[in-house]
Design a protein around this ligand. Sequence first.
Ligand code: PA5
Length: 528
Amino acid sequence: MNKTSSWENFQQHYLELPELGFSLDTSLMNVPDVLPNSVEKLFQRAFQQMQDLEVGSIANPDENRMVGHYWLRYPELAPSAEIKNLVSSTVENIQQFAQEIHQKKLRPQKADSFRNVLLLGIGGSALAPQFMQNALASESDCMQFYFLDNTDPDGIDQVMSELGDKLNSTLALVISKSGGTKETRNAMLEVRHLYEKSALDFSRHAVAVTGEKSQLDQLAERENWLRRFPMWDWVGGRTSVFSAVGMLPAALQGLDIKKILHGAKVMDELTRRKDVAKNPAAVLAWMWHHAGAGRGEKAMVMLPYKDRLLLFSRYLQQLVMESLGKEKDLEGKTVHQGLSVYGNKGSTDQHAFVQQLREGPADFFVTFIEVLKDRKNVGIEVEPGITSGDYLQGFMLGTSSALFQNGRPSLTITLDEINPQSLGALIALFERAVGLYASLIGINAYHQPGVEAGKRAAGDVIELSLKIQFLLKSRPEQQYTAASLAEILEDTAKTVTIFKLLEHLAANGRVQKISSDSPFSAEFKANP
Ligand code: PA5
């Protein structure tokens, strides 16, 4: 029998979470009705590890750290009274600060009130706040949001020109757990320069969210910024949304952060269930394990059929791929684990990459997200008896069924509606699924050696660029090819990098380029 039409199969693989207005349909994933014994055993170990993590074990052994994001929405769970108080008082301080801003008790230097927020951060310090702000935006938002999440000068100029003359009523939130991430530091320096150009004292418009005594923290303290909010070493960047990283922007937007935290807390209760079939995060982890044979052989395509959830795929891409994409397992064996995530939104993607999903390589499974409530107010009918929302659902159901007919599995998460509570719950669901899945495959989900390596590699390139510029300036009459410069710098292994650095410097008018017949014999010299 065609499984899409099997009511029995659906009932077997449908999990309802009435506490949160959620449900999970895995009937199109082709999993057995009963969890295989071997997987059940892995889960029992995963549940035990999760329990240990929640009571404060060193669950991130490489960095010798506890992993405490679950305490952020349930401080009573924290392993010490000190952490519990820190978490609770930070929530209170965030609410208090947002209130002072909204009620104009805290005012900018040269305007009546703060009306805009410019958030500077990257990765875990930007993706979730961006996603949440976008997903819950409404006409009753207290402040207008802008984001800088890169060191791209043109990108910075674009955002800053959008802000235009509103800088005097703009609060700059600089978010960096480590307080030393160059993209964020650069954006901060660029923004600060613009405040100063407008005769505004940056420190009277700036707030830092960062680890204690980080470079950023010290700067903010030294310059007496408006406020500093803490980040703790037991919270990872990509799981920091329920700390000040996500809750401060949310409170400034005017959202009820207690509702967001409550949604996450309720989801946590449901995802602590030891019965896999009743635990939504365990069900997700099982699906990932089943689809990719525990080796990430299939990508997860995220297709929320809701514009507000557009940024969810990007947020999830980081949460999943930075957590699970690991060379070594916990025993040090080379495993090259991961779970690729990509996606955007439906039905838009049906006019883009869904063509390949339907007919190309069957190297993926889809996670559909459906939201039952179409819109705030009643809309028109686009055909008799049919609304735009009916079409949205129709496209989703039609696509999941067509994919299934063609041997492509999918699962569907259904939310009654998008609100602060359901968003908190959705994020918490995936945070837990990632943690459980990491245990199933035996890796550390809470470190990111690849990200750190990327940060170091850029540092070496910057150093080389400085050497080149110094050399050219110290011999202003001379001109050099990339190869001759590499010889002088005694770094011939880096000739390609030197070539690219020179091209970039020349394109920005910082050195002169004397072109030649061949790109490789072009010469470069210092500007006069
Ligand atoms: O999840 C992570 O740890 C990373 O993606 C970080 O969030 C990212 O590198 C930004 O780091 P920081 O917050 O220290 O600036």
